[in-house]
Design a protein around this ligand. Structure first.
Ligand SMILES: [Ca+2]
Ligand SMILES: [Ca+2]
Ligand SMILES: [Ca+2]
Ligand SMILES: [Ca+2]
Length: 485
């Protein structure tokens, strides 16, 4: 999103004052990290609520500014412990959402989130997964955004014969159909199919805020595969020029791609490329456009991979789709461990425990954020780390930044799992610049030893760099010079 020129002029001077000497090549400024937690939200701290398991951004009150919706799936409400809540940070107050169908213990409301303006009224709307509800049969709820707050629209589980452990709503996503209409996708990764436990199933639903409901029910693989956990991870991108939903099928060591038409859904299954030693391929993945050409690449985390005999050191792979006469195939571009990003790969790091992609520096290649939930620094406890890898051109990534809990003022203990939450990462507009801030949920974050794990979202701002003169008049960020006049 580009701000109108007039909104730049005065704030730019302020930004320069705040960051008098940005480092060349630095994307993010770790010295300006801020926290969004219970005190910042104006709420009573609830230890163990796991604030930040899921994070998504959107303009839910249509004031032109994006805010965060933060899932706290173990939050207690009234007399229901661990029912779950979603908290939306608004200027000056927090709006707390609970399940519109009444709270239930262990329902995990807010475990997964997706946001977009579903009814085209200028306010983003919210999809909330509640996979623990009713013995983990699961539920997905829809809320309409508005200037006066969020309105519950409906909550539903479309599975005929829904069963304990389906975990419907473990992941949710919103994807455009071939005709541009939006559909909502929710997975039930624990669904048993024809005796195959945890085969998993996807439900693709017409826009829940418009028109009559129509569900498509789809498997990730032609035949049910035990422990496939279809759709446990979802991603949205573009394949062969069309909007595409990507879904993990880890037990089948494959990634499924779906294109949605008004009357049908087409699936293409992409097995893990041979020879790369992939195991449970796609369990952790993100659809990212690293070279900025509009077509998705796939970044795959393999946190349990052994590297040079070091168990669970972990790897990150980048794959691309290559067109062939028989349709696209998925091939590995590179498959690296931490040492190839300038860090050491040690047993238990679990590099690749989380992976996501955002254009953080506004160029518009998507940069990659990858977690190593078991990373330890020196003799410190393994509290985890996050690498921000900048897409520098082509299909290459350069390390821009490594973050650890202490960088955000958080205590470091073995169970923090910083960088370990796949739904807990989002981005927000950087004020007065083209890029995005990173918002990283740390649900087991410890700020005070006496309080324990209270959970927080760490906001890492982009460095607001000097942007001057030539190209300014054209309005093209690409043409801007960083040289002071
Ligand atoms: Ca707003
Ligand atoms: Ca709306
Ligand atoms: Ca691309
Ligand atoms: Ca970028």
């Amino acid at each position: 999103m580009r701000l109108p020129r007039s909104s730049f002029l005065i704030p730019l001077a302020l930004a320069v004052f705040i960051h008098p000497s940005p480092l060349p090549g630095t994307v993010l400024d770790p010295t300006a990290i801020t926290l969004v937690g219970w005190p910042e939200l104006g709420l009573t701290t609830e230890p163990g609520a796991r604030l930040g398991v899921a994070v998504v951004s959107g303009d839910f009150d249509c004031d032109g500014r994006e805010e965060l919706a933060i899932g706290a799936p173990f939050a207690g409400l009234g007399d229901q412990p661990t029912a779950g809540a979603v908290i939306i940070q608004r200027p000056g107050f927090a709006e707390v959402l609970e399940s519109g169908l009444g709270t239930r213990p262990a329902a995990l409301f807010g475990f997964s989130l997706a946001a977009i303006d579903l009814d085209d009224d200028g306010c983003d709307d919210l999809v909330v997964g509640e996979p623990g509800r009713n013995g983990a049969k699961g539920l997905v709820s829809y809320f309409r955004g508005g200037a006066g707050g969020m309105t519950f629209v409906r909550g539903e589980n479309p599975i005929i014969g829904a069963a304990t452990g389906d975990s419907y709503g473990a992941s949710v996503a919103i994807v455009p159909r071939s005709d541009g209409e939006l559909v909502v996708v929710a997975s039930a990764p624990g669904r048993t199919l024809q005796g195959h436990s945890n085969a998993g199933l996807l439900y693709i639903r017409d826009n829940p805020l418009l028109g009559p409901p129509q569900f498509f029910e789809r498997r990730c693989t032609p035949e049910p595969t035990a422990d496939s956990r279809c759709g446990e991870t979802l991603g949205v991108g573009k394949l062969a020029g069309s909007p595409t939903l990507f879904a993990s099928a880890a037990g089948a060591n494959a990634l499924a791609a779906f294109q949605v038409f008004p009357d049908r859904v087409e699936r293409t299954l992409f097995p893990a490329p041979d020879g790369e030693g992939y195991s449970r391929f796609g369990e952790v993945f993100a659809a990212v456009d690293i070279d900025g050409d509009g077509a998705s690449e796939i970044a795959v985390g393999q946190p349990y991979a052994t590297v040079n005999g070091r168990v669970e050191a972990g790897r990150l792979a980048l794959l691309r789709f290559r067109a062939t006469g028989d349709g696209p195939v998925l091939e590995t571009v590179w498959n690296r461990d931490q040492s190839q990003f300038g860090f050491s790969a040690e047993a238990g790091d679990r590099f690749g425990s989380m992976v996501s992609g955002f254009d953080l520096d506004g160029n518009p290649r998507q940069d990659v954020v990858v977690g190593a939930e078991g990373e330890a620094f020196g003799s410190d406890p393994p509290a985890g780390s996050v690498l921000v890898l900048r897409a520098t051109g082509g299909l290459d990534l350069a390390t821009a930044l490594i973050l650890r809990p202490a960088d955000a003022g958080l205590l470091e203990q073995a169970n923090v799992r910083f960088g370990g939450y796949r739904n807990g990462v989002a981005s927000l507009p950087t004020p007065f610049a083209a890029g995005r801030d990173l918002a990283l949920g740390v649900p087991a974050a410890i700020r005070h030893p006496l309080v324990g794990s209270e959970g927080v979202v760490v906001r890492v701002p982009q460095v607001v760099e000097f942007l001057f003169a030539d190209g300014f008049e054209s309005g093209s960020f690409a043409a801007w010079s960083q040289a002071a006049p």
